[in-house]
Write a protein that binds this ligand. Structure first.
Ligand code: NAD
Length: 482
């Protein structure tokens, strides 16, 4: 991180000399707005080189067998654990989350690799009885081929890790393209791949912005696209991929939290604070909008505003245990400003925040913001804010809360606080979301499927289901008797 051009792309087991690349871009620390490094980016020839390396490596990796692949994933987990602090520092410097949180993200990715090492050796096919005597059907799962992994900047290590874990365990080779905002943590992660001793070409890393991502997904050598990012780019991928490819899309959300009449109010406030503001609300499953039963509305909004005002905001390298840092980029701040101005104009009350905080000379800082009395028409209640803002509205009946929560184009995650069993089941059944967390706000665990409905995506990560997208099924119909 010295402002010089970093060796940024790893292809066929070697780092590409930075000076060979014509293209480059600057990475900036969001807490200081100072440059961290210049990073060499791919052109069409480099994209082709990476995909070709992955294609050449695929047959041997597929045939290596699950046990050896699992051993390499365990070695990768060890490398990540050993380098945790160094990777976390890079992550905080380019993304902005406090250092302790970055350490947690890196440690979780090591656990992801261990989890998929375990799954690699438990890939089971099927035998299917046939109507005709003397026939047997076998269904085998085969790795689909070369995967393109495209990641955003909010959890840049974890979101690459999920794709690496599933793809490598399944026997696919992979080309990774991180976000242009967070290339350095990806370089550090792929350094672990190199040190773990994966065969050349099995994992490749290229860099660049959207045009490089578009060139990668449209390359004819790609069999599977694993994309995490915005719904807008996700939809574009279908137009640009240029052929029939397997696709999984983990996209945006505008996630609701419902506080039911029987809720534990303090627990609901704690949950909303954690999932609304962690990582500055830059989480696809962030609590963006809260619907509170009228009987609890004033108490909830007041306690939430008090809690938000107490959050410690700082440069996460200087204050590792701060609650929140800056946002990652200026576009994110601009979107937050738009959502807050819109809510104000439509009559919402700003209970805390609502602008840039005092005490920062530079950096993409924005104060945690609570907006009460938001109507369904406000942007915060209908579009992904992806920033430190929570909109709140009261409701009278559970049916009304369900209608409000299910409105809109997203279906990633929803949250419920309730103690009454009938309220819990009424809500969990009716909410149209890929994950519903009740009395907690940690919807994603490694061994359960995680994915969105509607415009929030298709396909799953985490769990066995996170590997399924890297397989193609083969039906073998065997005649073994007369
Ligand atoms: P983005 O869609 O702008 O970019 C994501 C990635 O796609 C980046 O690497 C970018 O360079 C690349 N890209 C851009 N244009 C492309 C194109 N035409 N073809 C191929 N690749 C292209 O998203 P972002 O701003 O980096 O991330 C924020 C978004 O990600 C939010 O909407 C958030 O909800 C979503 N997200 C979803 C999940 C999930 O699991 N559902 C997790 C994290 C983030």
């Amino acid at each position: 991180m010295n402002g010089e051009r970093a060796q940024s792309m790893f292809i066929d087991g070697r780092w590409l000399p930075a000076e060979l690349s014509q293209e480059s871009f600057t990475v900036v620390n969001p807490a200081t707005e100072r440059p961290l490094a210049r990073v060499a980016a791919a052109d069409a020839a480099v994209v082709d080189q990476a995909v070709s390396a992955a294609r050449r490596a695929f047959p041997a990796w597929r045939d290596l067998g699950p046990h050896k692949r699992a051993a390499l994933l365990v070695a990768l987990a060890r490398q990540v654990d050993e380098r945790r602090d160094a990777i976390a520092r890079v992550l905080t410097a380019e993304q902005g989350k406090p250092l302790d949180e970055a350490r947690g993200e890196v440690a979780k990715v090591a656990r992801t690799f261990e989890y998929y090492a375990g799954e690699a050796v438990r890939v089971l096919g099927q035998t299917i009885p046939n109507e005709d005597k003397g026939f047997l059907s076998l269904v085998e799962k085969e790795p689909i081929g070369v995967a393109a992994a495209i990641a955003p900047w909010n959890y840049p290590v974890e979101l690459i890790g999920w794709k690496l874990g599933g793809a490598l365990a399944a026997g696919c080779t992979i080309v990774v393209k991180p976000s242009e905002y967070t290339p350095l943590s990806a370089i550090a992660l792929i350094g672990c791949v190199e040190a773990a001793g994966f065969p050349p070409g099995v994992v490749n890393l290229i860099q660049g912005a959207g045009a490089v991502g578009a060139a990668l997904v449209s390359h004819p050598g790609i069999d599977k696209i694993a994309f995490t990012g915005s719904a807008k780019v996700g939809a574009r991928i279908f137009q640009t991929m240029g052929g029939i490819k397997s696709v999984s899309l983990e996209l945006g959300g505008n996630c609701p939290l419902i506080v039911a009449p029987s809720a534990d109010l303090n627990a609901a406030v704690t949950g909303a604070l954690r999932r609304g503001f962690r990582n500055m609300g830059q989480i696809c499953i962030a609590v963006n909008r809260v619907y509170v039963h009228a009987s609890l509305y004033e108490a909830f909004t007041q306690r939430l505003a008090e809690g938000a005002a107490r959050l410690v905001q700082a440069d996460g390298l200087q204050h590792p245990s701060a609650d929140i840092g800056p946002m990652t980029n200026a576009d994110g701040v601009a979107k937050v400003e738009r959502h807050v101005a819109d809510a104000r104009a439509k009559g919402a009350r700003v209970l805390c925040g609502g602008g840039r905080p005092q005490g920062f000379d530079a950096g993409h800082f924005y104060a945690p913001t609570i907006l009460a009395d938001c109507t369904p028409e406000t942007l915060v209640m209908s579009e992904e804010t992806f920033g430190p803002v929570i909109g709140i509205a009261p409701y009278e009946t559970l049916g009304e809360a369900i209608t409000l929560a299910n409105a809109g184009p997203y279906g990633l995650a929803a949250y419920v606080y309730a103690r009454d069993v009938s309220e819990i089941f009424a809500l969990t059944k009716a909410l149209c979301f890929g994950s519903v967390a009740v009395n907690n706000v940690d919807a994603g665990i490694m061994n359960a499927p995680y994915g969105g409905r509607k415009n929030s995506g298709i396909g799953y990560e985490h769990g066995r289901e996170g590997m399924e997208g890297y397989f193609a099924l083969k039906h073998i119909r065997l005649r073994h008797g007369a």
